[in-house]
Design a binder for this molecule. Structure first.
Ligand SMILES: Cc1ncc(COP(=O)(O)O)c(C=O)c1O
Length: 497
């Protein structure tokens, strides 16, 4: 039974009334609700600017909500089966930083997989936490990292009984989920907080055809990108909390430290209406797109050189806790073309934009806004590429994916603050990195501050560079920032935080 209260959009409604009223705006923003036309408003209409209010009387304040934002967040909490929901205007990035900073202090341990997003590494720098990395399942056939096994998580928990929290990705970029419920239950028996990165899992809250959500599994806190797999505007996410292990006042004050004092009302309104839309249309919408996908998968699989990676595959690798079928993981290596090339060709020649590419595969994300004709066009384009390129037994050469993540020498926070120097990558072996280096997307660092640079990292980086991937690093010009060991006293041996 749907709760009809969810029809309400308290923040959006009040914001719209305000924008349409005859208000005389002597406050910021300077565009004064779009009085002066410009190129952007010529495209979007004045409405976008009319909704872009800052914090006028009656519209509530994100940092201390008592009115329509409080009401909108309470409706979101209910829709996501959480106790509390916090609207985020800096993406799940803000939620992840806030949840780690608010719960794990400097020199306290947090157990987490190494294939985390860069926001998690940045959160470790902010909080000063000690990471205890757990090796995820490494899939050499696909060249990706998956979830973490319950056994590996349990071992890390047993080996580190003093850890404060456990962090789980639900799901990974490629749709794999870990045994979240059992990880949560085990961590809770040891009094550890369980936090989830649900940047790719907002849809789990609205369909029982998909894997279990973090809140349903009993996690204490989760950050979900409503803008990625829900239907809100880019940068709008929601932080959810449940139970009494989380200090909600500290979550709010931490969010107030890291988010702007001028949060975008347009983003907040988009969260309010997206919550309503997902609540009422999510279940049927997801059912419909999963049906479309089910019909399309055999067609895609019939294209020579194409293989769809799905739950059967995940199951074979021991991940039988469900698979997120809204992720269309397409293995293309048997066409003799890399995922990176397919990604470029699909956009440049067919105007089809995928989410990301890896060496052997590409990823398409399906949401309730995906149409059958979108899938048809993807099929046609892949068929054309295959017709032009496929030759039997012409698979891509096997590449050895190492994923032997570099050894951690000091905490990311210490490496970040240590005196540093710049050295050529070619001379950097055995130096301690003072920066993160990653391919983007997905934004999972190959190297993080505090890790020791080794040959494998240098070879992997070179490989990704040759394949035309976008590498994110501070310098990006053949150099790397490392700790200047000669001028550094190691904090770990001192009281410094
Ligand atoms: C696994 C993962 N976590 C967190 C984030 C950060 O989310 P957002 O872009 O909403 O800040 C991303 C973004 O790509 C991600 O892929």
């Amino acid at each position: 039974m749907k709760n009809l209260n969810q029809e309400k959009t308290p923040f959006f409604t009040k914001l719209k009334d305000y924008g349409e009223s005859d208000v005389v705006p002597f406050d910021v923003p300077g565009h004064k609700l779009g009085r002066l036309p410009n190129d952007l408003s010529a495209f979007t209409g004045k409405g976008l600017y009319q909704l872009d209010a800052n914090a006028p009387r009656g519209l509530d304040t994100l940092s201390k909500p008592t009115g329509v934002i409080k009401e909108a967040q309470a409706l979101a909490a209910e829709a996501f089966s959480a106790d509390k929901a916090y609207f985020l205007t800096s993406g799940t990035t803000a939620g992840i930083i806030a949840m780690i900073m608010a719960t794990v202090s400097a020199k306290e341990k947090i157990i987490l997989p190494r294939n985390v997003h860069k926001s998690v590494i940045n959160a470790l720098i902010f909080s000063g936490a000690i990471p205890v990395f757990v090796r995820p399942d490494i899939d050499n056939n696909l060249g990706i990292a998956n979830g973490v096994s319950l056994a590996n998580m349990k071992k890390a928990i047993d080996d580190n009984p003093d850890a404060k929290a456990v962090f789980v990705i639900n799901p990974t970029y490629f749709g794999v989920v870990s045994d979240l419920k059992n990880i949560v239950d085990y961590a809770h028996t040891k009094d550890m907080i369980v936090m989830c990165d649900e940047a790719h899992g907002a849809q789990f809250y609205f369909s029982n055809l998909l894997p279990q959500s973090a809140m349903a599994a009993g996690a204490d806190v989760a950050a979900t990108s409503m803008h990625k797999t829900g239907v809100s505007l880019t940068q709008s996410s929601i932080l959810l909390t449940k139970g009494n292990r989380i200090d909600n006042a500290k979550i709010q004050s931490t969010l107030n430290m890291i988010q702007s004092t001028s949060p975008s009302a347009v983003l907040l309104a988009s969260l309010d209406v997206a919550r309503k839309q997902m609540y009422f249309e999510g279940e049927a919408g997801i059912k419909k797109v999963l049906k479309m996908r089910e019909k399309m998968v055999p067609k895609l699989n019939s294209i020579p050189g194409v293989e769809i990676i799905d739950e059967t595959y995940a199951l074979k690798r021991g991940f039988d806790f469900g698979f997120d079928s809204t992720k269309l993981v397409i293995k293309v290596a048997e066409m003799g073309i890399s995922g990176f090339d397919i990604y470029r060709t699909l956009k440049d020649r067919f105007n089809i934009q995928l989410e990301l590419a890896e060496t052997y595969l590409v990823l398409a994300i399906i949401t309730i806004a995906t149409t059958k004709s979108d899938l048809d066009r993807l099929y046609q384009a892949l068929k054309t590429i295959s017709d032009e390129n496929y030759e039997q037994n012409q698979t891509l050469p096997k590449i050895k994916f190492h994923y032997n993540f570099p050894e951690t020498y000091v905490r990311p926070r210490e490496a970040y603050h240590a005196p540093h120097k710049i050295v050529p990558l070619a001379d950097s072996e055995n130096e301690i990195s003072a920066e993160s280096i990653m391919i983007y997307p997905p934004g999972i660092p190959l190297l993080i501050p505090g890790e020791v640079i080794n040959t494998q990292f240098l070879e992997d980086l070179d490989f990704y560079q040759q394949s035309g991937s976008v590498i994110f690093s501070e310098l990006n010009n053949g150099y790397v920032k490392v700790i200047d060991k000669e001028n550094w006293h190691k904090w770990e041996d001192s009281d410094e935080l």
